[in-house]
Unconditional design. Structure first.
Length: 354
């Protein structure tokens, strides 16, 4: 490392809060990491220490203060990673594709991080297990970082945790960050907003369903993958997809870039070189047309607004004495006042100089 102390912070100056010590953590080898201050974690993460990055991501996932402090220190170092979203229906082969894509990007000497999001199974963790198994061969490669996370259904869960995790991984110097998510509703659209490049995965035999499934996400794909091209019906599905892409023409998200449709057989690695080439071409297109800045600004705006909302409401409730809140709830219940007036009073109380 040429600049061993890029953060300019002395590790000893920020003792770890005892509240955050992970005595009950089952990951014994992380015990030392758990005792580190946010500044020290950030510094180690910048030096490429994966366990420090993993620890920060976990703190952020749990919405702990130390995670946010660490991210503040890391944030200025990011902005170089290419974030690629991989989305598509359950079982389409996304994890198998990601596994093959890691191998190809590694062959090109890129460092790769993966965030596999499972929005669907809050309890079983089944898909997450699947992700781990499929990407197992990369687990010991120091140039690869794989993190699975469940959103547990909380509102904006994916948007927030994947934004924060990708900011950490970006600062850590990963060249490519792959974000895998099952194509369901809002989570999928969140990924689109997070990623520079969105790959939409399809499989043969979706038949008429394809119309319904693709209605929303067809517009947002930068490239389309027809995986399981070894399965019957691949030609028919490709024909349908091409027709739909043709209908979409002229309303491309990034003018001048025509989203390719690529066939893959992920377990064999067929078509993977072409997918990586297409991702790279899309990123280059963005780079030369101001697209990176545009996307970063949109994402930054959205995240900033969300944070202001959160901080402002926290401040309101912190200022409202517990008794005052309870009184207002009671007034609303008894219709002595209405919820609008009650909310206005709480917010006005916060805005008053203390
Ligand atoms: N025949 C064939 N099978 C494939 C292909 N790609 C993946 N599979 C198989 O499809 C199954 C699902 O693959 P996954 O990679 O777990 O799919 P996924 O989209 O990540 O699944 P979820 O994360 O659970 O939504 C596995 O049994 C894979 O081996 C392919 O190109 N051809
Ligand atoms: Mg998967």
């Amino acid at each position: 490392m040429d600049e061993p102390n890029r953060l300019g912070a002395r590790p000893e100056t920020r003792p770890a809060s005892p509240a955050h010590s992970e005595a009950k953590s089952s990951e014994g080898r992380q015990a030392g990491v758990a005792r580190r201050s946010p500044a020290e974690l950030a510094e180690r993460a910048l030096e490429g220490e994966q366990s420090a990055g993993a620890r920060l991501i976990r703190l952020l996932e749990n919405q702990e203060r130390d995670g946010i402090e660490g991210l503040k220190a890391l944030y200025p170092h990011g902005g170089r990673a290419h974030i690629v979203g991989i989305t598509g229906p359950p079982g389409a082969g996304k994890s198998t594709l990601v596994d093959a894509l890691i191998a190809e990007w590694r062959r090109r000497e890129r460092r790769v991080a993966v965030i596999a999001v499972d929005p669907s199974s809050p309890f079983s963790g089944g898909a997450i297990l699947g992700d781990r198994v499929r990407m197992q061969r990369h687990a010991t490669d120091p140039g690869v970082f794989i993190r699975s996370m469940a959103t547990r259904g909380q509102l904006g869960g994916l948007a927030r945790t994947s934004f924060e995790a990708s900011a950490v991984l970006d600062a850590m110097g990963y060249d490519v960050i792959l974000v895998e998510t099952v194509g369901v509703g809002q989570d999928e659209l969140d990924v689109v907003e997070l990623a520079h490049t969105t790959a939409v995965v399809n499989v043969p035999g979706l038949g008429d369903d394809i119309q319904a499934i693709k209605a929303g996400i067809l517009e947002v794909g930068d490239l389309f993958i027809l995986n399981k091209a070894d399965r019957p019906g691949a030609d028919e599905t490709e024909k349908q997809l091409r027709l739909m892409l043709h209908l979409r023409e002229g309303e491309e998200r990034d003018a001048g870039f025509e989203p390719p449709l690529l066939r893959t057989v992920a377990p064999r690695g067929d078509g993977i070189v072409e997918v990586v080439d297409a991702c790279t071409a899309h990123y280059e297109h963005l780079s030369t047309t101001g697209g990176i800045e545009r996307k970063t600004a949109v994402r930054g705006h959205r995240f900033l607004v969300e944070l202001v909302r959160e901080l402002a409401s926290e401040a309101v409730f912190a200022r409202a004495a517990a008794g005052e809140l309870a009184q207002l709830v009671d007034d609303v219940r008894a219709r002595r006042t209405d919820p609008y007036s009650a909310a206005e009073r709480l917010v006005a109380a916060m805005l008053k100089p203390s």
